[in-house]
Ligand binder design. Structure first.
Ligand code: TYD
Ligand code: MG
Length: 454
């Protein structure tokens, strides 16, 4: 009988330990070690048998770009880089209840309706539950094959004979490989199940989409080990209390990773939002203080979004600072720049910054809009109506140029804005465009904001 060996694997980072402990030494997570039993394989040496000789191929072969299969959901296709690639594997992660199953059932039904065979396999819901969801989504007539299964062996056996163009596995944490003793959802099972499904995709040319749950701190549970195995990693995010959701690519072997897809959760499933700016802009008749519109960029698409700030005197020695949808460290930096470079002191004030609508911004170009919102809030004076802001602020207080200057201005103009506070352009690199009706106020230094905008 083969000897078994037990070791303890961190369910958060996948590190393996010989002894159980309360804390994982590798990632510092508490209470995350679980016992896994493996068969101890006899150590193999490299000696003796010779390996197969590889036939190296030249790099410069005429190669057609990979064929893409459009899912028919434009926002999903955009994030995938133009549709699914046959033989590829995609991991879709997100909090429970965010809408992963809804989105993928809709995508599978669309693909099936377009005439390509598709299969939706759920380890979480029964066939009746899937049918119920489909009827709520108005998809009951789609020629989609559904199955409730959790054994990877059964799944592969069923797909082997006629591999569908698209296979959805919801979720990978419920799948198990019967050769392993550990429970579904453990690192070993998730790794083995993903490995088998990805290998099937590569071998048979199906596109496989795996659903993965995310832990409370935002990692795909069971965990990083999957992210490097798949070709694309998409995160589906949003506040559950808000109606819209954002699909974001964090890894894509076949496209850009900075694209986002925007959806709205409606009574009949997820609807695409083709013009996201309309979601993130306020609808009010009179201007209020502490609100600035940022002309941002998500991937290749310009998105306008409201940044809100609240500044109030603090009774505490260390005033509170809270940021939602932006980087707290970046806010601390801007406050320091305002104080040191523009003589505007906020250190005895509580400061709250919120990006409207639950969008998460990562662009440094939001700096100028945050500064505008902070100044407006601190002075309780609304910013000029119809104004947008963008520009990166450096530690010296200078406002630096950002990419896609014109795309941002065009989007602002299209949505009826009349003035833009922007970095000064590199004259040589970006000749002035004259066909814009929007007024431009170049801002070279944050100090100027004190007199220009408020
Ligand atoms: P679901 O796709 O089950 O989430 P996940 O697979 O990520 O866990 O989405 C569940 C939520 O979506 C649930 O709270 C109800 C809501 N929902 C709608 O608002 N409209 C719909 O048409 C459907 C199917 C779900
Ligand atoms: Mg689900």
């Amino acid at each position: 009988m083969a000897k078994t060996r037990s070791h303890y694997v961190c369910q958060s980072c996948g590190a393996s330990h010989l002894k159980w402990g309360g804390k994982c030494d590798a990632c510092g997570e508490w209470n995350s070690l679980a016992e896994e039993i493996t068969e101890a394989a006899p150590p193999k040496s490299m000696g003796g048998k010779k390996g197969r000789v590889l036939a190296f191929e030249p790099l410069s072969v005429e190669h057609a770009p990979p064929a893409r299969m459009a899912t028919g959901i434009g926002e999903l296709d955009r994030v995938l880089g133009g549709g699914l690639v046959g033989g590829s594997s995609v991991l879709v992660g997100g909090d429970p209840g965010i809408g992963k199953s809804t989105l993928l059932l809709q995508a599978a039904a669309k693909v099936a309706a377009s005439g390509l065979p598709a299969a939706y396999i759920s380890g979480e819901e029964s066939a009746d539950q899937i049918r119920l969801r489909a009827s709520r989504l108005g998809l009951s007539q789609a020629p989609l094959g559904i199955a409730a299964a959790a054994s990877v062996r059964d799944i592969l056996a069923s797909l082997e004979d006629s591999p569908p163009a698209l296979v959805i596995v919801d979720s990978v944490q419920t799948m198990y490989v019967d050769a392993l003793d550990s429970a579904p959802g453990t690192v070993a099972q998730v790794r083995a199940a993903s490995h088998e499904l990805i290998r099937f995709a590569k071998k048979r040319g199906s596109a496989v989409i795996l659903v993965g749950h995310v832990t409370k701190d935002g990692q795909i549970a069971g965990p990083r080990v999957m992210e490097h195995m798949v070709d694309c990693v998409l995160y589906f995010e949003g506040e559950r209390s808000q109606m819209f959701r954002i699909l974001r690519a964090v890894k894509n072997r076949y496209g850009a990773t900075d694209e986002i897809g925007v959806f709205e959760m409606t009574g009949s499933g997820l609807a695409e939002v083709a013009n996201p700016s309309s979601l993130f802009l306020p609808e009010r008749d009179r201007p209020v203080s502490g609100s600035a519109i940022f002309a941002g960029l998500e991937g290749t698409r310009p998105v306008l979004v409201e940044i809100q700030a609240l500044v109030t005197p603090s009774p505490m020695a260390t005033p509170r600072r809270a940021v939602i949808g932006w980087d707290a460290g970046r806010l601390a930096m801007l406050l320091a720049v305002l104080e040191a470079r523009a003589g505007f002191r906020l250190s005895d004030q509580e400061i709250y910054v919120n990006v409207a609508g639950g969008l998460r911004l990562s662009e440094p170009a939001a700096d100028l809009a945050v500064i505008a919102a902070l100044l407006s809030a601190a002075k309780d004076c609304p910013l000029p109506a119809g104004a947008v802001f963008f520009g990166e602020v450096s530690l010296s207080g200078e406002v630096r140029p950002t990419g896609s200057h014109d795309a941002r201005l065009r989007e602002a103009e299209k949505l009826g804005f009349t003035r833009a506070y922007t970095p000064t352009r590199h004259k040589a690199r970006q000749p002035e465009k004259t066909d814009l009706s929007l007024g431009i106020t170049p801002v070279a230094h944050v100090e100027e904001m004190l007199t220009l905008a408020v």
